[in-house]
Design a protein around this ligand. Structure first.
Ligand code: ADP
Ligand code: MG
Length: 472
């Protein structure tokens, strides 16, 4: 390469720096080298595929015009990734990577940035903290999470070089249904196998790490660190905010997937509902395997509780929860896994602090506020007719008949009133079910009883008793 070309290149870099500013320049262009100029084509090299695609999609035009300002005959820019051979020969400067939480990683720029090892490497990379209890062993499988668990296990067990089955794996579910548990299980297992580095990041950590890396002008190093990762796990994607973070996420996602790395994501909603992300990211997210974890069924809740008690007993051998208490909690406490844990923690605390054994009565007292509101029982019109007939000592066919004697008129009106207030049936439908009466007749009956219960205490009480019988 001629000296003149080298001098042009210095001036082009100067122009670029002036155009994009120091920060952007040092993030993206500091390690771009001139390889050759041939027949109007400038060949530039960068150390990573990621940088190449980023520069190509964001700065290709700018780089070209800066060159054209120096050498008018230039018509094309070609970007290449510097070869691995070249890189391994040249000694790499140590880079320090500030990942935003005060910890620093020292690694070889360009080379695989991660030391071997498991949790310590994970921590060193700035991964979010992992809870040692959240493993596949402690994850109870039931109807609502079978597919998610199987997919997660498959991903965790894959070896380097295995074909990637589904990428990204995208798990979505409501709060407390086991997303974080599953993602951390993937991370523990993957890192224990040591085949591929697994990095678990909450979306917040991703944002925070990236944003502060940009601020300290080590965005490039941050990206290279990400590139050393075999599996990137991002939890709570719905919290990813900000245009530049999302652009960064998009590029990271593309770069990783294109390079055959696995991406695992959890969110509280399906990709199509992530309103703030742009369409291409959404379709990329939806392009792998999207699985939903459904609400924990009663059986699964029971099994989770059972395994929790077993785990608690390794620390508190005297902690004993009778099975009826477990069924009671499984039956009544909300679908949320966190409330199940909360319920057991209360029993444990109570047991430890007072020394009293866990009984059903104590459980009822302790977990009262975690109880799921019972869905009101669906009342059927036939039941209303049966119960009312029995109460007033008439037959059901009397209620449906056209007889107008006082001893059937009142019970019939009460039954219609109850049908209107306890079911979602319309007036015409209720009329049909009461011997084919007109809806105005039903309306009249409802108004009549409404008017009476205001003054007639005895009737009000009768109706109250009927309602309770029907709703039990
Ligand atoms: P999410 O991230 O979906 O909000 P978590 O993974 O934090 O939910 O789960 C909430 C709690 O419920 C955790 O303590 C978790 O261990 C527990 N949990 C949820 N699903 C299961 C399961 N299938 N087996 C065992 N524990 C579970
Ligand atoms: Mg979670």
């Amino acid at each position: 390469m001629s000296k003149a070309d080298q001098e042009s290149w210095s001036r082009v870099k100067g122009r670029l720096r002036a155009e994009v500013g120091d920060d952007v320049y040092s993030s993206w262009f500091a390690r771009m080298d001139l390889e050759a100029i041939e027949e109007g084509t400038v060949r530039l090299s960068v150390p990573t595929r990621f940088l190449k695609s980023w520069i190509q999609s964001h700065y290709a035009e700018k780089v070209l015009t800066c060159w054209q300002a120096e050498q008018t005959q230039i018509s094309r820019i070609e970007l290449i990734v510097r070869s691995a051979v070249l890189r391994s020969v040249v000694a790499k400067p140590k880079v320090e990577l500030d990942i935003g939480d005060g910890s620093r990683i020292i690694g070889n720029a360009g080379a695989r940035a991660l030391p071997a090892g498991d949790a310590s490497a994970h921590d060193a990379l700035g991964g979010s903290p992992l809870d040692p209890r959240l493993t596949f062993d402690t994850f109870v499988v039931g109807r609502s999470n079978t597919l998610a668990q199987a997919a997660a296990k498959q991903v965790a067990a894959a070896k380097r070089g295995d074909p990637v089955m589904f990428n990204p794996l995208y798990v979505h579910a409501g709060v407390g249904l086991g997303k974080t548990h599953l993602l951390q299980a993937v991370t523990w297992t993957g890192n224990a196998l040591g085949e591929r580095k697994v990095l678990y990041l909450t979306a917040e950590k991703f944002m925070y790490g990236f944003v502060s890396a940009l601020r300290t002008q080590t965005a490039l190093a941050f990206k290279e660190a990400l590139r050393g990762i075999g599996v990137l796990v991002i939890d709570d994607l719905q919290f990813l905010q900000g245009k530049s973070t999302q652009a960064e996420f998009c590029h990271t996602l593309n770069a990783l997937i294109d390079a055959g790395r696995q991406v695992v994501i959890a969110s509280d909603r399906p990709p199509s509902d992530l309103e703030s992300l742009d369409d291409r990211v959404r379709s990329r997210l939806a392009g792998g395997l999207v699985v939903e974890i459904g609400p924990l069924g009663e059986e699964l809740r029971f099994e989770i509780l059972k395994s929790r008690v077993m785990a608690a007993r390794s620390h508190h051998p005297s902690f004993d929860v009778p099975l009826p208490v477990l069924s009671y909690i499984a039956k009544t406490v909300t679908h949320n896994g966190r409330d199940l844990e909360g319920a057991l923690n209360r029993l444990l605390a109570h047991n430890k602090l007072t020394g009293h054994a866990v009984t059903l009565e104590m459980a009822e007292r302790e977990v009262r506020d975690l109880i799921r509101p019972q869905e009101p029982k669906r009342v059927k019109i036939e039941d209303i007719q049966r119960v009312v007939a029995r109460q007033y000592n008439v037959s059901r066919s009397d209620l449906l008949s056209s007889r107008r004697t006082a001893n059937v008129v009142r019970p019939r009106q009460v039954a219609m009133y109850l049908a209107k207030t306890l079911t979602l049936r319309s007036l015409p439908e209720i009329g049909r079910r009461f011997g084919g009466r007109d809806h105005t007749t039903v309306l009249h009956a409802v108004r009549k009883i409404e008017g009476l219960v205001g003054n007639d205490m005895a009737l009000a009480e009768e109706i109250d008793i009927l309602k309770r019988q029907l709703q039990e």
